[in-house]
Design a protein. Structure first.
Length: 151
């Protein structure tokens, strides 16, 4: 299993697209041409801590933002519906790496707030990871002609 930020963002986008197929999901700031309603997924402050045995503890903060046109009819109802969906779908969500392997990941410290008519759904994903070890294999062996001198 390969745990990367790109795969994490793609997996979260997949959860959103499954329920809201017509809403675009942006994983980077979109300068122009944004279609509403839509989702933005961005990273919040994250941390990596060393652990025993060459492992690391990654704590990734995510801010999932639902944006719609300003002052739409039933805009609050739409925000509440999206929040309800996220509450139900993101406690455990399917994470898929580039090989297609899928596991369920937990989210932590989930909280929702509405700021300027946009729903901000913030949470953390915490995983213990290890980097693959690359063995440096000997390509050729030099002949060692060492003698021990006796005194």
């Amino acid at each position: 299993m390969n745990f990367t930020i790109q795969n994490l963002l793609g997996s979260l986008a997949g959860v959103l697209k499954k329920e809201y197929p017509s809403y675009p999901v942006y994983v980077s700031p979109n300068q122009q041409g944004t279609d509403f309603p839509c989702f933005f997924i961005s990273l919040m402050p994250s941390s990596i801590e060393d652990e025993v045995g060459g492992r690391f503890f990654r704590d990734l903060g995510i801010d999932l933002v639902f944006v719609q046109q300003r002052n739409p009819v039933n805009g609050n109802a739409e925000i509440q519906g999206v929040q309800e969906f996220l509450d139900c779908s993101l406690e455990l969500f399917p994470y898929r790496d580039e090989s297609g392997t899928e596991v369920l990941l937990h989210t932590y410290e989930r909280q929702a707030s509405v700021e300027d008519g946009e729903l901000h759904y913030k949470f953390h994903v915490r995983q213990r990871v290890s980097l693959p070890e690359h063995e440096s294999c000997m390509r050729e062996m030099e002949e060692n002609r060492v003698r021990i001198e006796e005194r």
